[in-house]
Design a protein around this ligand. Structure first.
Ligand code: 3PG
Length: 306
């Protein structure tokens, strides 16, 4: 059996070594395709592999068509909007993610972006503190929970909105549940996004919603760029000179944001949230173990397609 690690944005070498150990111990062969850039290289690498470990790499119909032996794709991470699930199902391929494995890394980065924002991008002027501020967590999943845990350490008052998590579950973790998404934005000084990119959430974060934030509001996006209605957010930030937008997923309109709001906007050049040795080890090794358990025992616990 051949297991391909196809990561345009590579894992830390220590994580690759861990993945190799799991794969080779199972008696399988590991093939490494990093920083491939060109899709043609991916298409040729997948031809005879049984399993693939990916990150944000695009696995579309064309990739599934090229991968004749493919049985399983594991997205080492949380969001699987980069995988065409219908094409996978049509080809009889199992798709999994590794929920929670990189959540702390993303959460720490979200808090880092918050500090950077309230300290005015470290420009030397007097900023504000996170302590005592109201933080709104938009979607209380694995990353949202980690953000909440760390934010409590900063002395923030933590609110959350999540249509799928019962209020009692949030309350039991010291979080103040908010019944509506509008309520979250109108209450909180900082909102941290942790929603997946789905047809329902795409472009859902717009001027109507963000415009409800109190003066000095900060929007932090470590989720997906697609959930932001960028045109509408730019219009809002033009009229609300108090608002800041901080992200680790470069917007399509990055240049426009940067030239319009040099002191109120920041984006990392690459998606950075999960880019730590620990997250790479946790998610990468979990992916390798899930592949072995699937191929040897048929375990489909983390399957995300039908
Ligand atoms: C995820 O969905 O797990 C995060 O967005 C991290 O993505 P990455 O592996 O491409 O850094």
């Amino acid at each position: 059996m051949k297991v391909l690690v196809a990561t345009d944005k590579p894992f830390a070498p220590v994580a690759v070594a861990g993945i190799r150990e799991v794969v080779e111990e199972a008696g399988y062969e590991l093939i490494l395709l990093e920083k491939y850039g060109d899709k043609a290289k991916l298409l040729s690498a997948v031809e005879d592999v049984d399993a693939i470990i990916i990150r944000s790499d695009i696995i579309d119909e064309e990739v599934f068509a090229a991968a004749k032996q493919l049985k399983i794709v594991v997205r080492a991470g949380a969001g699987y909007d980069n995988v065409n699930l219908d094409a996978a199902t049509a080809k009889g391929v199992c798709v999994m993610n590794t929920p929670g494995q990189n959540a702390n890394a993303v959460a720490e980065l979200a808090l880092g972006l918050m500090v950077y924002a309230v300290r005015n991008l470290y420009n030397g002027t007097s900023g504000t503190e996170l302590k005592g501020k109201k933080l709104g967590i938009h979607a209380y999943g694995n990353v949202g929970r980690n953000v909440a845990r760390i934010a409590k350490g900063f002395g923030m008052e933590v609110y959350a909105y999540d249509a799928f998590v019962p209020a009692a579950a949030m309350e039991s973790e010291g979080i103040i549940p908010v019944a509506t998404v509008e309520g979250l934005y109108s209450t909180c000084n900082i909102v941290s996004l942790h929603i997946p990119a789905t047809p329902e959430t795409k472009n859902s974060i717009n001027a109507d919603l963000v415009g409800k934030m109190p003066k000095g509001g900060v929007l932090v996006n470590t989720a997906r760029k697609e959930v932001i209605d960028e045109t509408s957010l730019i219009m809002l930030m033009n009229t609300r000179s108090d608002l800041k937008y901080m992200t680790d997923i470069m917007p399509a309109a990055h240049n426009k944001f940067e030239e319009s709001f040099p002191e109120r906007y920041f984006s990392t050049p690459k998606k950075m949230g999960a880019q730590t040795a620990e997250a790479n080890i946790n998610a990468g090794i979990a992916a390798a173990k899930q592949i072995v358990d699937f191929l040897k025992n048929g375990n489909e616990r983390f399957r995300v397609n039908k």
